[in-house]
Design a binder for this molecule. Sequence first.
Ligand code: GLU
Length: 367
Amino acid sequence: MQREQVIVVKLGTSVLTGGTDKLDKAHMVELVRQCCELKKQGHRVIVVSSGAVAAGREQLLKPCGTSLVDKQMLAAIGQGQLIHIWQSLFALYGVNVGQMLLTRADVDDRERYLNARDTLTALLSYDVVPIINENDAVATSEIKVGDNDNLSALVAILANADKLLLLTDQDGLFTSDPRINADAKLIDEVAHINDELRLLAGGSGTHLGTGGMATKLQAADVARRAGVEVIIAKGAGSNVILKCMSEKLPGTRFLKLTAPKDGRKKWLLAGPKSNGQIAIDAGAISALQNNGASLLAKGVTNAFGDFERGDLIDLIDTNNQVIARGLTRFSRSEVNKIKGAHSNNIAQLLSYDAGSEVLHRDDLVLL
Ligand code: GLU
């Protein structure tokens, strides 16, 4: 038998409705059966479920707009219905579910992140299947993750998951859009995510869900950096969830990278909002990437944004590409005073000695 794993199963609206305007309960029970089979095998399962807005639309029985507040209202109506359906379907297998509704703000703040992590861990330890969605009814654009692909990557990091299954209405990632190009080929395995692949993923999506391949790729990129294997596969495929645990995987698999062990670094990977940027030169980039070094003032060329000591910032190169993120030991005004300076001169430039590392290597993650 395989080692026990934590599996996050993300179910998009298109999977839950089978492309119709209503939740497809027959298909939902089939997905539940597979999740319960995984549990029987000793694995722990977390479900990230979309479908609140679709369920709300189904309930309301009146035409309704597509503005943010309309969607928030529909989510408020539909979320209760959605969790009720999951609860009754898992109950058929004697399995309890627990609802968690999250927003970006729950991940940005380290304290709230730890709270969410503890709740998730407790649910799993009591053999309960957490059913997670964005807290759409209250999430305004500033605190919204925005799509359940990225939300599921954050959940996978929170739960220290082994696998993230992004189940959708497509077989996986193709060499071109299979709906337009009959020659499009399924990509079985992805080891590197580059601009070419991002272009391929384009911006596809259905009218009911929020995500498309582009958000799936973003989510895969975030999760694999945290050591999570990601699989994009067709949710309607027979036994798809069980097959994702086998040797011969369906869909597209993204190989995981070596993850940092430190919990704080994992939180940094979960992508809390940064307060600014520090631009660094090629020498500093090489020292960070090849020698695992800390960032010294000497390698800093500029600073942007409004940040204080201890704030989260992004490190960018000359093309504004983010190459790392971490917690700065100096404020923006201090960084501006010491940028480019040799470590021996920093105390003199600031009139106090606060060390010479702008970002310590223990406080940063490379992207
Ligand atoms: N949270 C939304 C819902 O439950 C779905 C977002 C998404 O599909 O990415 O309807």
